[in-house]
Design a protein around this ligand. Structure first.
Ligand code: SF4
Length: 564
């Protein structure tokens, strides 16, 4: 928020080069600087620094930055030091690499200068469009600040999160994970939509914490087996296609359906072709369906598994259906499926007997749930227990929601499950969502969470900027145009940026970039390099596709669906 000060200054400006920066604290309440480009330039060069030459650079930055610090202090103006993953300076990149540590050190260098002048009106941000990098950077920043006796507030954000469902889920995975950790003082949701659509999402993300303080207590942690600054997948044994090196699985709850037909599967990524008696399998084809006490009376696709209540399964013990048991049934019953059994448990049910049986059971998959209002923390505590006991049972993260709008389901579940997946916890997800939208919406939300936490890539990822005064085209329209032609490409990241000033830096993570360089002009990037400059806009999408064809990553849309 930009608030104009009443005492619009007419004081002399001490340094002509810093004219803009020095003027701002006299007329606004808060200024944001990006340490990646405040005093450094970014030329995508690798430069070798000795300790001496690095310290000389820090001296130079001190000289450039200190006039701003002094005037901020004098005017009572706050300062946001905002590191951005996409625009780290060549100097930082050469020393720390393109890493969360680089983002943190980039800010710390500037904070130390502020403290040198006894100036503390600081807020910090560590934004990235990569949710893992963003979460790790904020956590590391807090760690480094504690080590140096600092405790500045944090402004949270996922940059260029995109639009619609993808943008909301990605924002929730990044911002929500940190809010769950108790980190964050202000937040910004950056969607490629009209700005007024960002505020309700932000409000919804923080609203959940109004009543959180009274949640049921969770067992103390004596030894934390998690490492919060780096992605480390929890080791789990493979049980059929779950756990081990498999991608995270999606299980869909069909227990509330009146009946289960081929049409039901049409909403879950499968399409039945009657004439050929074949199933088409799309990118969002779920892996398991939980039918509870119901039956399925038609041949299902070979890639799909049916999970049925134990009390029904035990009647016929069908080998192509897998039982679902609670902890007591599991401990009491010797008659299990020889290959795969789903055992439902919450943290309070995780007894020593259960753990001991899990350790040796090569057919067991744990489906966890929680009734705690701070459910993520309780489920994370359960994972810690498994890790401390060296129990490698694969785990499906389950969570029940009811009566939410589809949009709130996206935000809540992406926060609750994303916060676990982003730390390498979990081998799949099970969203039991009653009255929260259609089956299709719930299934797509599950896949969206896996994509945003980078545990299963099933669609093209768009890193598009939120647009601003510099934007050189209608960003929403252009994103839709690019999306229409490329959304079938699995696992490719495309940056769509409104301007050449910040665009290339902001899309650090993208494989290809579509960047506005003038009115009606687009430049195409492969990674960080321009490959075609100033193309007429009407030719740019075709040229982008030609570029992908040249790189051998293009697939014709009609080739995408697989048949079984
Ligand atoms: S147009 Fe440029 S400056 Fe504006 S939001 Fe997009 S990338 Fe950032």
């Amino acid at each position: 928020m930009l608030k104009l000060k009443k005492n619009f200054g007419n004081k002399a400006i001490p340094h002509p080069l810093l004219q803009t920066y020095i003027l701002l604290p006299r007329i606004v309440e808060k200024v944001r600087i990006n340490p990646g480009n405040f005093a450094d330039r970014k030329k995508f060069q690798e430069i070798e620094y000795t300790d001496q030459s690095y310290n000389d650079e820090l001296e130079r930055i001190h000289h450039r930055f200190s006039p701003l610090v002094k005037v901020c202090k004098e005017e009572g103006c706050a300062l946001r030091i905002g590191s951005n993953h996409g625009s780290l300076s060549d100097r930082i990149l050469s020393r720390y690499g393109d890493t969360p540590l680089g983002m943190v050190e980039s800010a710390m260098e500037f904070i130390r200068i502020c403290e040198n002048y006894n100036y503390h009106e600081i807020i910090l941000s560590m934004k990235s469009s990569n949710t893992r990098v963003m979460v790790q950077a904020y956590r590391l920043l807090v760690n480094k600040m504690h080590a140096e006796g600092m405790n500045y507030p944090l402004h949270l954000g996922v940059t260029e999160a995109g639009e619609g469902e993808d943008g909301r889920i990605k924002s929730a995975v990044g911002i929500g994970t940190l809010l769950e950790d108790g980190l964050g003082d202000t937040i910004r949701v950056s969607l490629t939509e009209e700005p007024e659509f960002e505020i309700p999402v932000a409000k919804e993300l923080v609203k959940r914490y109004e009543t959180r303080s009274g949640h049921d207590s969770i067992n103390d942690i004596y030894k934390n087996p998690l490492y919060p600054y780096e992605y480390r997948k929890r080791e789990s044994r493979q049980v059929m296609n779950i756990g081990g090196d498999n991608v995270s699985r999606v299980m869909v709850d069909l227990s509330l359906e009146n009946e289960i037909t081929r049409d039901t599967l049409n909403h879950l990524g499968y399409s039945y072709f009657e004439a050929d008696d074949k199933w088409g399998i799309g990118d969002f084809a779920c892996d398991y369906i939980f039918v509870n006490k119901k039956s399925v009376d038609f041949d299902i696709p070979g890639t799909l598994g049916i999970v049925q209540a134990y009390s029904v399964w035990i009647e016929e013990k069908k080998t192509n259906i897998y039982p679902f048991l609670d902890a007591k049934q599991y401990l009491d019953n010797p008659h299990l499926h020889p290959k795969l059994n789903f055992i439902y448990a919450t943290l309070p049910e995780l007894s020593a007997d259960l753990l001991s049986q899990f350790k040796n059971d090569i057919s067991a998959v744990l489906l966890i749930d929680t009734y705690n209002e701070h459910g993520m923390a309780e489920q994370r505590r359960l994972f810690m227990e498994l890790m401390s006991e060296n129990c490698q049972i694969p785990v499906i993260i389950g969570k029940a929601y009811s009566g939410l709008t589809p949009e709130n389901l996206q935000l809540y579940s992406a926060t609750d499950m994303g916060a676990l997946l982003i730390d390498g916890l979990g081998d799949g997800v099970f969203l039991a969502a009653e009255g929260c939208g259609s089956l299709e919406q719930v299934n797509q939300t599950a896949f969206g969470i896996l994509q945003a936490s980078r545990t299963r890539i099933s669609k093209t990822e768009y890193i598009s900027c939120p647009s601003c005064g510099r934007t050189l085209f209608d960003l929403q329209e252009t994103t839709a145009l690019v999306r229409n032609r490329t959304s079938h490409l699995k696992g490719i990241k495309i940056g769509i940026m409104g301007c050449i000033v910040n665009g290339p830096g902001e899309m650090a993570d993208a494989d290809y970039g579509y960047v506005g360089t003038g009115v009606g002009k687009i430049s195409l990037y492969r990674g960080q390099n321009v490959v075609q400059a100033n193309l007429p806009m009407e030719e740019a999408v075709d040229a982008l596709i030609d570029l992908m064809k040249e790189d051998g990553v293009w697939v014709e849309p009609e080739m995408v669906e697989a048949f079984f």
